[in-house]
Design a protein around this ligand. Structure first.
Ligand SMILES: *Cc1c(COP(=O)(O)O)cnc(C)c1O
Length: 401
């Protein structure tokens, strides 16, 4: 709900805000009134079932956050202290913190320009190289579907299978996205690897306030996920906890909100696509990079983002939009350039494979996306008038020359 703007001061257009309607308010109210407010209750089970159905997975286990879901997922596929995990370099830090929680070490994989996601050839080459050299394989590959764009996983999954490396998908930003051709045709992101993880943070495509989901077709993994997220408490009256678990279950109230949001998912995805088509049509003649459109990959356009020609132009564009009360934002700094992961190994095309310290900044696709990227307002409730304001502002910026 936006306030009417006076001509003198246009209203602020946020980057991405949750779309909460009467159904959500009624559902959360009913959950609170039921007395089942904590992590036991009928809404959690209903949310899990509905979510599994939505993405086409056999099992779904609700979690306190997307980060928690990834933490448990990586542990479930066997990641432990001292292990290496191949992970996208260009992503939000929530993708990689769980690797560190487990005492494991990330090896950051550069993006491919075609999808902005991890470069499958770099991964395949690395697995083959390790096998040929008799080196230990990574304990897992974490593939992120950034900004709603599905990663190219066909060849990566084949190589992972060949070398016995499990694949965990970080689908936190890609609910509603999937593949329409190739080996994964008809599948949703998050259901291609051994485990997929989603987020219901406030700015994600559907929200529970805060929350996440683990999906898998493996019944034993789902059972273990449920166990680990509830303090690893064994069934029965004996208060036996058979390993170190986590308090990571989603609450019943949050699940009620999630259930109501899932009911509106088709509406949300249609809105994201409509915004993307409108921006795309308007920006076709500009000297900017547009989001990837790979054949067979159906993006959900979680946050529509464009690429300026360089970092200086990006800064000017962000300023220009901010002055017009338009909430735009830069894309993520590569994780290999974040202090907690300083010195992490990277896989970069043409790179030495050395540490990030050795390599000059700006030598990777990930660095270029960070330096040039600008996310534009993409709320599902963004009105056509506000879309026009964003478009006019971007066109105006480039018209100034
Ligand atoms: C949001 C996000 C996460 C973390 O999810 P939370 O629910 O905020 O913990 C992880 N990875 C990516 C790519 C995300 O965008």
């Amino acid at each position: 709900m936006t306030h009417p703007a006076s001509p003198a001061e246009p209203s602020f257009i946020p980057l991405a805000v949750p779309n909460i309607g009467l159904a959500e308010i009624a559902a959360t109210q009913a959950a609170v009134a039921s007395g089942f407010v904590s992590s036991v209750g009928p809404e959690v089970e209903a949310f899990e079932q509905r979510f599994a159905q939505t993405v086409g997975a056999t099992h779904a286990v609700a979690c306190a956050s997307g980060t928690a879901a990834l933490h448990v997922a990586l542990r479930l596929v066997g990641v432990g202290a001292g292990d290496e995990v191949l992970c996208s370099d260009f992503t939000f830090i929530g993708s990689a913190n769980p690797i560190a929680y487990l005492g494991a070490v990330p090896v950051f994989v550069d993006s491919e320009a075609a999808s902005w996601n991890l470069d499958p050839e770099l991964v395949v080459r690395e697995l083959d190289r390790r096998a040929a050299a008799g080196e230990r394989q990574p304990a897992a590959i974490e593939a992120v579907h950034i900004l709603g764009q599905p990663a190219r996983l066909d060849a990566l999954l084949d190589a992972a299978e060949r070398h016995g490396v499990p694949v965990v998908e970080d689908a936190a930003e890609s609910l509603g996205a999937g593949w329409s051709s190739g080996a994964l045709a008809g599948r949703a992101t998050g259901t291609a690897g051994r485990i997929g993880c989603f987020s219901f943070n406030g700015n994600k495509i559907a929200t529970t306030g805060g929350g996440g989901m683990i999906v898998t077709d493996d019944a034993a993994l789902a059972e273990r996920a449920r166990h680990l997220t509830t303090q690893a408490k064994a069934p029965g009256v004996g208060y036996l906890h058979d390993e170190v678990g986590y308090n990571y279950r989603l609450t019943n109230v949050a699940a009620a909100l999630g259930n109501a949001q899932l009911g509106r998912l088709p509406e949300f995805i249609a809105a994201k696509l409509a915004i993307a088509r409108r921006y795309e049509a308007a920006f076709g003649e500009l000297p900017v990079g547009l989001p990837p459109r790979l054949p067979g990959a159906e993006s959900s356009y979680w946050l529509y983002s464009i690429l300026a020609r360089d970092a200086a132009e990006r800064d000017l564009l962000l300023d220009h939009l901010q002055q017009r009360r338009i909430g735009a934002r830069a894309l993520w700094r590569p994780l290999s350039a974040q202090p907690p992961f300083a010195g992490a190994r990277r896989l970069v095309r043409g790179g030495s494979g050395g540490s990030a310290d050795e390599a000059a900044a700006g030598d990777s696709v990930a660095a270029s996306l960070f330096e040039r990227g600008v996310s534009l307002p993409s709320s599902t409730e963004l009105s056509e008038a506000d879309q026009a304001r964003v478009i006019d502002a971007v066109l105006g910026f480039y018209a100034r020359g």
